[in-house]
Design a protein around this ligand. Structure first.
Ligand code: SF4
Ligand code: SF4
Length: 187
């Protein structure tokens, strides 16, 4: 449906690898570089095996893989796999960088197979959903429904006092009988 400003809204939808339970990016990889770890389900790329053929990026229905044109290997979210298993970090810091960095705690991290984990509870209690389930990929990452915030913009608020595009008034002209700046500052 086509609408016009101010009846429009902006939706920010972050999307990285969803670490699918049944990832179509894995079986298409001709070298075995793309793989899913049996121990925790994280989907990774072995850069030593990757030949940069891009088959996996065509197979991923979410468009989250990107070829590194410099290194000629496929890259994507690793779920900060080094960080989340880093025993030198305090346990509460063993989370992906995006989860730790988000100022509003919009991202949660945990085990979706543990019904008591923070993420399972959030999904269960808030109607969390998987993206594009029709693809049968069974993504581990889920989304929570957006909490809509309505902001009413009144017409008079559309005219900003500091609008940089507004037409400037004519600048005051100096009285030519008065001495100029050059007259009083030159020596
Ligand atoms: S989101 Fe794409 S890249 Fe990630 S596991 Fe699923 S199919 Fe593979
Ligand atoms: S780009 Fe790399 S990871 Fe992707 S299918 Fe080709 S070899 Fe496998």
């Amino acid at each position: 449906m086509k609408t016009e400003f101010p009846n429009t809204e902006t939706l920010h939808f972050p999307k990285s690898c969803l670490h699918c339970e049944d990832p179509p990016c894995v079986p298409v990889c001709p070298t075995g570089a793309s793989y899913k770890r049996p121990e925790d389900g994280i989907v990774l790329v072995d850069y030593d095996k990757c030949i940069g053929c891009k088959y996996c990026s065509w197979a991923c229905p979410y468009g989250v893989r990107e070829i590194d044109e410099h290194q000629k290997v496929m890259k994507k979210c690793t779920l900060c796999v080094d960080r989340i298993y880093d025993a030198t970090l305090p346990e509460e810091r063993r989370k992906p960088a995006c989860v730790l960095a988000c100022p509003t705690n919009a991202r949660l991290f945990g085990d979706v197979h543990d019904p008591d984990s923070e993420v399972s509870v959030a999904i269960r209690e808030n109607g969390g959903y998987a993206l594009m389930p029709e693809w049968g990929t069974k993504p581990a990452n889920h989304y929570l429904p957006r909490r809509k915030q309505r902001i009413k913009i009144h017409t008079d608020e559309l005219v900003r006092a500091d609008n940089p595009l507004k037409k400037e008034r004519a600048q005051p002209k100096p009285d030519i009988k008065e001495p100029s700046l050059d007259d009083v500052t030159s020596w």
